[in-house]
Design a protein around this ligand. Structure first.
Ligand code: MD3
Ligand code: FE
Length: 302
């Protein structure tokens, strides 16, 4: 990468598909809005609150303060490098577009890497959401503390406490409404649903789940939503997990399905009420998220 290539790179949509577009897009935000946005992207890359990631915000803040805004091109170059290196670590060099789709069962479709090109932008959005409604481990009806930390965005959110599960417009932690659902979440979910054959999916709730090594989700059904005709769209980011895809009875042995960064699964139709869960997360280090996996599950709850 050469310094002179930077401004052009920033303004162009390159030839190599979605992956490149994502890079340009991520940097473009910074170019448009200057220092504050650059720092924000740094935070998104670092994914503050998700622990680790190689692009530490301190790097960007140092760049900004040491070199000042007159050195913005230089700062952007270095930011672009961070983004490139980060993405390259998990994206195979040439590919991403039109990630293949795989039908898992009637109504259940796996879209490999469907969200990968937008991962950085999704994490930026997520950062804003969790700044207002932080991730927290909820309590189950049985009084157990969940190993997965959760939050929500949208007009309603899934909550669990010792009295049981429900959807609620109010975050019990902040006593305020859940943050609005970022348009990008809604649009990506609608596009994934459409790709899986579900037209006009309009989610009103997004459950955000953070898994750290050892965290797991035992087999369960999602049936608190009043609209069971709509699918649930699930976006996986960060460390890979083994998803347990069961049947219509708890006793049925689940199929083990590895889900990686950027994978999107649409669960609808006859698969909507299947039992499912997540095996204990294995340890590892993801370039964007560090030692964790984040799942966004978009629902029509009302
Ligand atoms: C499969 N989360 O939060 S994605 C959950 O990967 C949850 O974090 C999992 O299950 C995760 O409730 C799975 C969402 C999901 C939702 C509904 C389903 C998967 C589903 C319904 C049927 C089959
Ligand atoms: Fe679930």
């Amino acid at each position: 990468m050469t310094a002179s290539a930077v401004p052009q790179d920033l303004d162009q949509t390159g030839p190599n598909g979605d992956h490149h577009i994502a890079r340009v897009d991520a940097v473009h935000h910074g170019e448009l809005a200057g220092a504050a946005q650059l720092a924000e992207i740094g935070w998104a890359l670092h994914a503050n609150g998700f622990h680790g990631g190689i692009a530490q915000p301190i790097n960007l803040l140092q760049i900004m303060s040491a070199e000042g805004l007159d050195r913005r091109a230089e700062a952007l170059l270095r930011l672009k490098f961070l983004v490139d290196v980060t993405l390259e670590l998990f994206a195979p060099a040439d590919t991403t577009p039109a990630a293949g789709s795989e039908r898992l069962a009637p109504g259940a479709v796996l879209l490999r890497a469907f969200a990968a090109p937008q991962a950085v932008a999704l994490l930026q959005d997520l950062q804003e959401v969790t700044a207002r409604s932080p991730l927290r481990c909820m309590t189950t009806r049985g009084g157990h503390r969940m190993s997965v930390a959760m939050s929500n965005c949208g007009t309603t959110g899934w909550v669990s406490d010792s009295t049981g599960y429900r959807y609620d417009a109010i975050d019990p932690l902040t006593a305020a409404c859940w943050p609005a659902m970022p348009a990008r979440f809604r649009e990506l979910a609608a596009a994934a649903a459409e790709a899986a054959g579900f037209r006009g999916f309009l989610p009103d709730a997004c459950l955000i789940s953070r898994y750290e090594p050892g965290a797991r989700l035992s087999l369960h059904q999602d049936k608190d939503e009043s609209d069971l005709d709509s699918p649930i769209v699930s976006i996986s980011l960060g460390l890979p997990a083994v998803f347990l895809f069961g049947g219509h009875h708890r006793a049925e042995r689940p199929r083990r399905l590895p889900l990686a960064h950027g994978d999107v699964v649409v669960w609808g139709g006859p698969s909507r009420l299947r039992f499912h869960g997540v095996s204990p997360l294995g340890d590892g280090e993801h370039p964007l998220l560090g030692r964790c996996r984040v799942n966004l599950s978009l629902r029509k709850a009302r």
